[in-house]
Design a protein around this ligand. Structure first.
Ligand code: 8YV
Length: 328
């Protein structure tokens, strides 16, 4: 046909990937990377057959109100709490995400954040830059917590959680996990992980890592009560979503030294960070970068494009979420 199908790319992507898309589609792009308001998003979605979006774009009935031609919203993200899936399904629109391609990069980062937190790496750097390093000292320089031969507790044992478990085994760590359902025995063996209740995990783990999806049930999975169960020597790492941790309760627990330290890549209300967290030194902060290697960010876009292209062509998107919408 003479006319290329119209699509929306809601956020900035690598220019060569955009150029490639423009060969097949008429693209409404946003290389400026300014996040649309709800109203701008609704307008941007009207008249396009597909859209590449990210966690910053809330896709609900309001956003879809004028999207009469839309076949798919392809998230450039594995988590899709930005999607109101029932509303998208009710609108007859397919929804997809980007699993697998970011698993190892994200698990690597989870481990890096854990190590930085337990061994106080960023705090130490600030200390050096501030000119506090006067001499080597056995006891008066920053002392951290070991990882090797300690117990790591992973809450959320999907692909990324299992990736962290495998890395932890390499450090000689004892791996325990909690998940909404227990893994098949073969998977438990592959990551040398033991299933325990959430309470037992919190009580016994030296390091707690959160890798679960953000759903209404998982809101404040870690709050005051859970933090009180943890060891005073324990670290907490969140690479999942803000909202899984009660950030104010965490700030209070860190301040009162109820736990040793925390590493956070995600925050309630990000990019705003709770000012109580910013006052603390026993915390490592990162700007939601667990999947952020160029190679992986490119792979995420490639997979989202595959999903979009399939939907527009009438074939099944490889990582379709609401399979009931696909009519093959
Ligand atoms: C995304 C993420 O980059 O995949 C996820 O769930 O958190 C990140 O990899 C982010 O959600 C933006 O879409």
């Amino acid at each position: 046909s003479l006319q290329k199908p119209k699509i929306l790319v809601a956020r900035a992507i690598f220019p060569d990937q955009l150029a490639k898309l423009e060969e097949s589609f008429e693209v409404q792009s946003n290389q400026e990377d300014r996040i649309y308001s709800a109203d701008e998003l609704k307008k941007a979605l009207s008249g396009v057959v597909g859209a590449l979006v990210t966690g910053s774009e809330r896709i609900d009935a309001g956003a879809l109100a004028d999207a009469k031609d839309l076949k798919i919203v392809a998230n450039i993200s594995v988590g899709y709490n930005n999607f109101d899936v029932p509303a998208i399904t009710a609108a007859g629109v397919m929804a997809s995400n980007t699993p697998d391609v970011l698993t190892d990069t994200t698990a690597d980062f989870g481990f890096a954040l854990l190590m930085a937190t337990a061994r106080r790496i960023t705090e130490s750097e600030h200390w050096v830059r501030a000119g506090n390093w006067k001499q080597w000292s056995l006891i008066n320089n920053p002392l951290g917590m070991d990882l090797h031969h300690t117990t790591i507790g992973i809450i959320g044992m999907g692909r990324i959680g299992q990736g962290i478990a495998k890395r932890a085994s390499g450090f000689g760590m004892n791996v325990i996990y909690h998940n909404r359902s227990r893994l098949p025995e073969a998977d438990e063996k592959a990551c040398r992980a033991t299933y325990v209740s959430k309470e037992e995990l919190l009580k016994t783990a030296d390091h707690v890592v959160l890798v679960l999806p953000y759903t209404p049930e998982n809101h404040h999975t870690i709050g005051e009560k859970e933090l009180a169960l943890m060891k005073p020597t324990a670290t907490l790492v969140n690479i999942a979503r803000g909202g899984i941790v009660d950030d104010l309760a965490l700030a209070q627990a860190l301040k009162a030294k109820k736990i040793f330290a925390a590493g956070l890549d995600v925050f309630e209300g990000e990019p705003t960070v709770n000012p109580e967290l910013l006052k603390l030194s026993n915390i490592v902060l990162a700007p939601h970068i667990a999947s952020a290697s160029e190679k992986t960010r490119r792979a995420m876009v490639d997979l989202a494009v595959k999903n979009l292209t399939a939907a527009v062509a009438g074939t099944k998107p490889p990582s379709l979420i609401n399979t009931e919408v696909f009519k093959g």
